[in-house]
Design a binder for this molecule. Structure first.
Ligand SMILES: [Zn+2]
Length: 415
């Protein structure tokens, strides 16, 4: 993509009225725009990152055999009454239509998915079933100050699973854990993220959260360095102890919950009278699990974890472009060389942001490249052209090196 044609651009000043690092930096780099508190728009660069995260999630959900649907955000009030959550869910966004009918802008979808799956699943032979969506959700938060880490409108991947017995749910639950770690690895967050024991609330003794360590996080966790597990401070009244090995000297850290998984048990199948016939023809209530993952949150956490003083440093799989090509030459011959390199890179199948802006000083182009944070920066200058080459530098490195124009193919195939 040619940067001269991008309708957005980076901002010189920090956006006012935004205090979180992740949103501030993404706004300054032209990835997102704040529409109101806790409500953000994705701009072309930001959307590219968002869609890469979506693609990773879809691949990992497919590996679980989960099937994708899209449920509405605007949901009738009745099923929320049926489960009792209309009264107990503290940040439920409620609204009334001009027909006087009452609606909930859903923050989660057990109330919708359970009766829907019930309609099609009648027998134990139809189980297990895993159904997920990537969809817009709402929370009527009183305060929002963490940028993409906590929005009033946000996108979740929510997966629901349905089982005949507890063993089957347990096996599925472990498979989802594995898939989540695979997603986190591909998003560059594996090292910083801990499987964390949290209160199961009404559902079970424990649920699990995936907590990514960052000072910007809203939660406090205690990490067992032996087991690579953590426990959420929110559930413990006494000295924290590792739930796996009993170790007591745990490390306290701030963290952001990027995902959570629950064994729901019978709560929702009972509320909607969802049973299936077992092998003997007896009706059995269906056992459920649910597995959430916040996409904006994941994106915000990637930013909090992967940056330096100059800007963003995207992990390769979620970068908006793999390479940022800067033309800082001063004559038509130079522009022509840069253009040729751009086309050669596209032919190699690389995603390239080409800074072909003619009126922008070289210093601003370098600053932009650091701020936007593509994994590779390629520079064509009058000096490199004299040596029939361009300069290439990884975003995390301080020194670049010269590569001959005719070696571009070899370079990108071996790196
Ligand atoms: Zn331990």
């Amino acid at each position: 993509m040619r940067q001269s044609q991008l309708f957005t651009h980076s901002l010189k000043e920090l956006p006012k009225d935004e205090s979180s690092f992740n949103a501030q930096t993404l706004m300054r780099a032209g990835f997102i725009e704040k529409i109101s508190a806790g409500v953000y728009a994705y701009l072309p660069l930001g959307l590219r990152v968002f869609q890469k995260i979506e693609a990773i999630i879809r691949q990992e959900m497919a590996s679980l055999g989960a099937q994708e649907v899209v449920l509405p955000s605007l949901t009738p009030e009745e099923p929320w009454q049926q489960t009792g959550r209309l009264a107990t869910f503290d940040v439920l966004f409620k609204t009334t239509g001009s027909d006087k009918k009452k609606y909930v802008l859903a923050p989660t979808h057990e109330e919708i998915i359970t009766p829907l799956v019930k309609k099609f699943v009648q027998s134990y032979r139809d189980l297990p079933v895993g159904v997920y969506q990537i969809q817009t959700k709402f929370r009527n938060e009183l305060r929002v100050k963490s940028g993409l880490l906590r929005g009033r409108e946000f996108t979740m991947k929510d997966l629901y699973s349905f089982h005949l017995d507890q063993d089957d749910l347990n096996a599925y639950y472990l498979a989802v854990q594995k898939a989540y770690f695979q997603i986190l690895k591909r998003c560059g967050l594996l090292e910083q993220t801990y499987l964390t024991f949290a209160s199961g609330g009404a559902f079970s003794q424990y649920s699990h959260e995936f907590q990514t360590v960052t000072e910007a996080g809203e939660d406090t966790i205690f990490i067992c360095e032996d087991c690579n597990l953590a426990i959420n401070k929110g559930i413990i009244k006494e000295q924290p102890v590792c739930p796996n090995c009993g170790r007591k000297d745990l490390v306290e850290r701030r963290a952001i919950e990027v995902a959570n998984i629950f064994k729901l048990g019978l709560k929702f199948s009972k509320a909607f009278n969802f049973t299936v016939a077992d092998a003997k023809g007896q009706r059995q209530p269906v056992i459920m699990g649910c597995y959430g993952l916040g996409l904006d949150r994941l994106l915000g956490a990637i930013v909090e974890v992967n940056h330096d003083n100059h800007g963003l440093i995207w992990p390769v799989e979620v970068a908006p472009f793999k390479a940022h090509l800067l033309d800082i030459t001063t004559d038509p011959k130079g522009h022509h060389q840069a253009q040729n390199l751009y086309e050669a890179l596209l032919k190699l199948g690389l995603e390239v942001l080409f800074d072909d802006r003619r009126q922008t000083p070289a210093g601003s182009k370098f600053a932009d490249a650091d701020l936007i944070g593509c994994p590779y920066r390629l520079v064509v200058s009058d000096r490199t052209i004299e040596q029939d080459s361009f300069e290439i530098k990884r975003r995390r490195d301080t020194e670049g090196r010269l590569v001959n124009f005719d070696q571009v193919n070899t370079y990108f195939h071996s790196n």
